[in-house]
Design a binder for this molecule. Sequence first.
Ligand code: PLP
Length: 280
Amino acid sequence: QWAYLNGQFQPLHETKISVLDRGFLFGDGVYEVVPVYNQQVFEWPAHYARLERSLALTHIPNPLDQQAWLALLNELIQRHPWPHQFIYLQITRGVQTPRDHLPAAELIPTLLAYTNPLAPIDKRKVSQGIAAITHADLRWQHCDIKAITLLANVMAKQAAQAAEAQDALLVRPDGRVTEGSASNMFLIKDGTIHTPPLNEFILPGITRLVVEKLCRQHHIEFIERDIDQAELSTADELWLASSTKEIIPIVRLNHQPVGSGQAGRLWSQMFDLYQAYKNR
Ligand code: PLP
């Protein structure tokens, strides 16, 4: 297994960075997770646009242009035998000493990329769904940046595990549901898909974007609006969506069944549309 670090491919398990890297010391960096199907990068323009935006908002210089990024990803993919993969890319602000919150001028960003095998998705298995809990959204007010600082997300996932659930729906103090711990959320009611609007409390998910596109193409009603925590118990279906998990039904929330307690009809339709889109 190979990693790319600052211009060089090297064995992943021998790849090391300095303890003075600001990513390590401050969590000062951004990342992307890009799925690969049949050795082809999925939705690269959208992932790249989000990466550029994360870099711009944090004022971290982009170390490569779009073509150089794609060439690097393609070489990384081809060095591995797996048809389906997910690539992790991380750019931190770079190595700095002495320690200072304020970034020094003209740091050289640290660029790390490596890839992992992605197991093929089995509809029967996914249709069993997951259990989730609601949990306070303890994150900051720039969740639209794909920042490497993920402590609040990790703690929400731990809380889910402690409650014998697999994930958490995050809720802001005003009752608004934002997203899952590492996914966007959808509420289905009377054949319509509802999802929170993009703002500073939500990561603009690429899977969410594809779901929206598929809804428009197939005349499924898709509404972006705030969702209050109290509505969750009235939902016909609840889904989470992310690049590595695709679209998964939540069948139990806070120990109560969601809708019929089984994966819903619209989930099944969207799952099939998503597979067809991936394989197009
Ligand atoms: N929201 C959060 C907090 C995430 O961490 C992720 C992905 O990891 C998503 C949403 C979904 O984004 P994408 O569909 O681009 O994977």
